[in-house]
Design a protein around this ligand. Structure first.
Ligand code: SF4
Length: 269
């Protein structure tokens, strides 16, 4: 589980030497929703595309309607097959007021070909090419996906639900192995915008665990931006026993632990 500087440098060298995969082309994708303006999905004001479908099943998910089989849990939720051209029309309308586009989910990388085609189209469009393209991900995809996206995606935000794999499996239904590999890989590419720690009271907010997480992150990148986010029950599915929201004080304490251990760039939302 632990990673040394030598491991990181070795992984970076291997990634530079590896042949680049051919990007897939996919002119349409299954879209759950879009938001024309968001200030919480990456830097600045952003157009956000939420893709339908996720390979995790997180107990604390705020968009459970994007999980396969859960669409009916939210009234009126109707994913649409949407073309890149249609999205560009909406993005062009918002363009004067935004700094970029974020593809979120669900899990964006489940439709990596569509993400690539959309971002490539934005970069190639004279009216849009100044916009940055970001991806919000659970990090579960193979590293070849990040290699495919490397030339069209400017930054990636990765959710790390828990460094402890057993707790991660309880929280998400899946191992964190691919997520940790993605974090290392993206840091090596210089495309890791931030790591997000979503804290659920009593599950992943133990002080020793946060300290271990901070040490691991700092080992990957001592200047890594980290966002500590508190679970909010609004929009989440019911759980037995009910999941608890951490207090503001608990979140600040967690951020202080991260700062004290590793002097990482931490903020709390
Ligand atoms: S990875 Fe995100 S979208 Fe997928 S189930 Fe977890 S919280 Fe929900």
């Amino acid at each position: 589980m632990s990673s040394t500087l030598d491991d990181v440098l070795e992984a970076f060298a291997a990634q530079q030497a590896a042949p680049r995969p051919t990007p897939r082309v996919c002119a349409s994708g299954l879209v759950a929703d879009t938001i024309a303006f968001s200030s919480v999905d990456g830097p600045g004001n952003r157009f956000v595309v939420f893709l339908q479908g996720c390979n995790f099943d997180c107990v604390a998910c705020h968009n459970p309607q994007t999980i396969p089989g859960q669409a009916a849990t939210v009234d009126g939720h109707q994913p649409h097959r949407t073309s890149v051209d249609d999205l560009l029309v909406h993005i062009r309308r918002a363009a004067p007021f935004i700094s970029g586009v974020t593809v979120s989910g669900g899990e964006a990388t489940q439709q990596a070909g569509f993400v690539h085609t959309l971002c490539e189209a934005i970069k190639a469009n004279p009216a849009l090419h100044r916009l940055t393209c970001f991806v919000d991900t659970n990090g579960s995809c193979p590293t070849t996906v990040w290699d495919e996206l490397e030339h069209v995606v400017d930054g990636v935000m990765v959710d790390l639900k828990c460094l402890d794999d057993d707790i991660h499996r309880e929280l998400t239904g899946r191992s964190n192995e691919a997520t940790l590999t993605s974090i290392r890989h993206l840091a090596g590419q210089g495309r890791l915008y931030e790591v997000r720690l979503l804290l659920v009271a009593g599950w992943n907010d133990d002080a020793a665990l946060i300290e271990r997480t901070a040490r691991w992150l700092a080992c990957v990148d001592p200047a890594m931006p980290v966002k500590v986010i508190g679970f909010r029950s609004h929009g989440a599915r019911p759980h037995d026993p009910p999941l608890q929201e951490p207090t503001r004080e608990a979140l600040e304490r967690a951020a202080d632990i991260v700062r004290s251990v590793a002097n990482l760039d931490v903020c709390v939302v």
